[in-house]
Ligand binder design. Structure first.
Ligand code: NAD
Length: 482
């Protein structure tokens, strides 16, 4: 298998916030890796734009240092040529400084992408200034980062502000989960195989579990996280995207609006969540490690670092099959997986002593990306018909060999999709609003009640009550392990 790298057309990419953390850690290393892979054509230009006074040489030094730190093992002999594609303009998103110079630098005959790597309060002013300086024409597109709003009202206001200057097909809202290779594999597994789809409904699926567990705390991001919490930071965006991809109807084509229409239908079919179907938690201090309240520097904090909830989708396919979602920080292991737990066979010909055995299809998104199908077989040897479950386990790295190593990371893929003008892996405005419309009442309920989250120990699976959420349905969470 030889991976195909098709160079994109020459482009100008302006990183507004080009001296920030996201640019340094993700965007610039991603561009460099695509350059080394041969995907960035001669003549492509990357322009850093931010408030700091800097010249081209100083920004190239900044980028060089970022690549040393964050580009990993990826690299090529030609770093100098990559750096020569870079230039810098000092720009004030809220003032006049730098805009005329930026407009002069850009070539209106090619694709121009403006990556808003700044806080959301600058999205509207930036869009307005781009238009005022003649930079919002058809060849232009803008990329906006999460968080896209804090609730439905603010997300709607952002959509309105952007729509005054750009068409929806020029707006690329990033949810970097969608750029992950394994997340796209969800669609390949479901819609590229005949095997699963006939069983993919409430007649055969007992329930589905989605777990995103982290071992890290909120270190260094306390201020942001205290305002967001796990619900806004993880559930409203990344986890709902996973839920959509696992639950949606097959789109007629793998095209942006066909896929996004189907995802939107899933969100709109979600029932409101019952109060008793949500468990929130905060991690406690552990020896030398501070707890959540110390990390966010608020002894009265009522923000959650863990959430587990039961979601129901009221449509023909999923009525009666619950979706259990769980995410948290400082948990036992770092893992992201989706488990599709099939129902018991309707009748056991082996009698009650053979025990209950269920097929579980586990899609591991990280680490050890792969799929694992639990199959029931006979325990080898004499002594009657005893049954055991064994995994049909495929780790993609093993199955694909070296091919799996050169796979672009989420930001590499998404940035190249922006240049190519492919919005399939980006969220549409109505999708983001629908997701907020579902999460807002859940958040409002606990904010109105001043609900205090439960506590849990570092290295655990979250509060005990999260286990009870499934136990009372006669089910149990899969163990959190790497
Ligand atoms: P940051 O504070 O490190 O960088 C902000 C950048 O914006 C700097 O380059 C700064 O000069 C520039 N800037 C600020 N005000 C400006 C103005 N008025 N005019 C021009 N430039 C201005 O922030 P960050 O961590 O890079 O995050 C950027 C955005 O990406 C935020 O919305 C954040 O929520 C989001 N995000 C960040 C990460 C991450 O890993 N850092 C991950 C996901 C999303």
């Amino acid at each position: 298998m030889v991976s195909r790298v098709i160079p994109v057309d020459p482009f100008d990419l302006v990183i507004i916030g080009g001296t920030g953390d996201l640019a340094r850690r993700k965007i610039l290393p991603a561009l460099y890796r695509r350059f080394c892979a041969g995907q960035m054509p001669d003549g492509a230009r990357v322009i850093g734009a931010a408030r700091s006074d800097m010249d081209d040489a100083a920004w190239r030094d900044f980028v060089g240092a970022a690549l040393d730190e964050f580009a990993g093992a990826a690299g090529c002999d030609d770093r100098g040529r990559f750096l020569s594609m870079l230039s810098y303009v000092t720009l004030d998103a809220l003032g006049a400084r730098g805009w005329d110079k930026l407009a002069e630098m850009l070539d209106s005959s090619r694709v121009r992408a403006f990556y808003f790597s700044v806080g959301p309060r600058l999205f509207g002013p930036l869009a307005e200034r781009l238009q005022r300086h003649g930079l919002a024409d058809e060849g232009a597109r803008i990329v906006v980062e999460k968080p896209f709003g804090h609730d439905l009202g603010s997300a709607r206001a952002l959509n309105v502000a952007l729509a005054q200057h750009f068409d929806e097909n020029q707006i690329y809202r990033i949810d970097h989960y969608l750029g992950k290779e394994t997340v796209q594999n969800l669609m390949a597994i479901r819609f590229g195989n005949m095997l699963f789809e006939p069983l993919w409904n409430s007649q055969y699926v007992d329930h589905i579990q989605i777990t995103v567990a982290e071992t890290v705390g909120v270190n260094g991001r306390g201020e942001y996280y205290e305002r967001a919490g796990a619900m806004r930071d993880m559930v409203q965006n990344h986890m709902m995207q996973l839920l959509c991809l696992i639950a949606m109807e097959p789109p007629a084509k793998f095209e942006p609006d066909a896929v996004r229409d189907e995802k939107l239908k899933v969100i709109r079919a979600l029932d409101p969540v019952e109060e008793t179907d949500v468990v929130r938690g905060q991690y406690l201090a552990d020896g030398a490690q501070p707890g959540f309240k110390e990390h966010v520097e608020n002894a009265e904090s009522t923000t959650e670092s863990f959430i587990a909830l039961k979601a129901r989708i009221s449509n023909w396919r999923w009525a009666g099959t619950p979706f259990y979602l769980r995410t948290g920080k400082r948990l036992r292991a770092r893992t992201t997986e989706i488990a599709v737990v099939f129902k018991d066979t309707p009748h056991s010909i082996f009698g009650p002593e053979a025990g209950q055995h269920r097929n579980i299809l586990t899609i591991r998104l990280q680490p050890n990306e792969g799929i694992d199908l639990g199959v029931t077989i006979k325990e080898p040897g004499p002594g009657g018909m005893r049954l055991i479950d064994v995994p049909l386990d495929m780790t993609f790295a093993q199955a694909l060999g070296p091919e799996a190593e050169g796979v672009p990371d989420a930001y590499e893929r998404l940035i190249m999709d922006v240049i190519r003008g492919n919005q399939t892996l980006f969220m549409r405005g109505d999708e983001v609003e629908a997701a907020w419309a579902w999460t807002d009442p859940i958040i409002a309920r606990w904010e109105e009640a001043g609900q205090v989250p439960l506590t849990y120990d570092t290295g655990s699976s979250g509060p005990e009550e999260a286990l009870a959420l499934m136990h009372r349905d006669g089910r149990r969470w899969r163990e959190i392990r790497a």
